[in-house]
Design a protein around this ligand. Structure first.
Ligand code: ATP
Length: 376
């Protein structure tokens, strides 16, 4: 239908971006399709709607020059091919109309710049100016243009790179990784909502430690979640050492993620030890102690959510509770009085106590350097 509509309007159209990438990767059903029209995306959307039997409503976003409609359980987004130029202070570029190539140039990664032709003579052809197909099969995240320019233009792309690496279990190409490290401070121009969106996607990826160790390696983690980087390192006094609570945490997050897709349990695992940095002490008789870290940690959860502008609702309280209870899972169900939080615990299933026990699975103690070595 899109092809037909474009033909009637005498313009070229292409499927581009995430849909093409996930289709080639055979990665489930991609719920949105992005269409580029060489011409007006809005006109194309209207035409497509008029040709569909149910004449779906076309939502128009004038400021962005885009339009969206829902058909066959999918969101189809239309944009006119464009060329972008950026200024220092903002990730909102100046936009002018352009060719398909211009539009591919403005994409963040080679694997997201792949386009499929919907035009008669070339229908189904893959347009791949940056060897995205090769990067897809090699599992590489690479920017189409100079990575310093790509990341500095829109610093959100740094987090997107790490997020895709974590979701797809790809590696970030070396120059790109160095450019992220160099440009990391630019992340401050990105809204907290978008940052949290990306952090959530990293947390929901199959093995979140991939993303978090990349955030750590590029120095980005210290800017976003300093509570976590404060956990890194092992001190030694009188021959006594404690475990590295940062690498331990990543391992716990992976453990939890093998057992639950619940975002909030994953947040709880990520934050379960944050109280340990401010409570760390060495006691001559007891050795290293983190007395009261569960309580301090649960208070820190509130501050962290507030700082990131995350909703301070029952989900936050649930995470707080989990952090508070992380060392004492058995009493969990009896000690929670808030009914909304109780409900969340109930929804998380009967295995919750086992899950929180996993939080304390001291695999790192048994094999302290394994995780760190693996991720470096
Ligand atoms: P997912 O839906 O899994 O997040 P996606 O690739 O579809 O993956 P979207 O955020 O929906 O991600 O973006 C759609 C396409 O738009 C991307 O594939 C990419 O080509 C382009 N894109 C999105 N955000 C950016 C950005 N910040 N800079 C450049 N291109 C972008």
């Amino acid at each position: 239908v899109i092809s037909l509509a474009a033909k009637e309007l005498q313009l070229e159209s292409y499927v581009i971006g995430g849909f093409v990438r996930d289709y080639i990767l055979q990665r489930g059903e991609h719920k949105d399709i992005d269409i580029v029209a060489v011409g007006s995306g809005i006109e194309l959307a209207k035409k497509v709607s008029s040709l569909l039997p149910h004449k779906p409503k076309v939502q128009i976003f004038k400021t962005y020059g885009t339009a969206m409609l829902r058909a066959y359980d999918m969101e189809v987004e239309f944009v006119g091919a464009r060329k972008e130029s950026y200024s220092e202070e903002s990730r909102n570029p100046e936009v002018e109309t352009g060719t398909l190539e211009d539009d591919q140039n403005r994409r963040d990664f080679t694997i997201n710049a792949l386009a499929l032709s919907l035009n008669d003579e070339t229908y189904g052809d893959l347009l791949d100016p940056f060897n995205g197909l090769q990067d897809l099969s090699a599992g590489v995240i690479r920017t189409p243009l100079d990575p310093d320019v790509t990341y500095s233009d829109d610093p959100l792309r740094m987090l997107r790179a790490i997020r895709f690496a974590s979701q797809l279990q790809f590696r970030i190409e070396k120059d790109s990784l160095q450019a992220i490290t160099r440009n990391r401070n630019r992340i401050k121009i990105i809204s907290r909502e978008r940052i949290v969106d990306e952090l959530n996607k990293i947390l929901l990826s199959p093995k979140p430690s991939v993303g978090f160790s990349l955030l750590h390696k590029t120095g980005m983690l210290g800017l976003l979640l300093p509570e976590l980087t404060a956990l890194e390192g092992i001190d030694e006094i009188e021959g006594q050492r404690h475990k590295d609570n940062f690498w331990h945490t990543l391992e716990v997050v992976d453990n939890i993620s093998e057992n639950t897709n619940d975002l909030w349990l994953r947040w709880a695992a990520l934050l379960h030890d944050i109280g340990k940095a401010p409570t760390k002490k060495f006691d001559e008789n007891l050795g290293w102690t983190f007395h009261g870290h569960e309580f301090v940690g649960s208070k820190m959860v509130y501050k962290l959510f507030k700082r990131l502008k995350m909703p301070l609702n029952e989900k936050m309280k649930f995470v707080q509770k989990m952090v508070y209870m992380s060392s004492r899972p058995i009493v969990l169900s009896q000690e929670v009085t808030d009914s909304a939080v109780r409900r969340l615990i109930f929804d998380a299933g009967e295995d919750i106590e086992d899950l929180m026990t996993l939080c304390e699975a001291d695999i790192t103690t048994k094999n302290p350097r394994r995780y760190r070595r693996y991720h470096n």
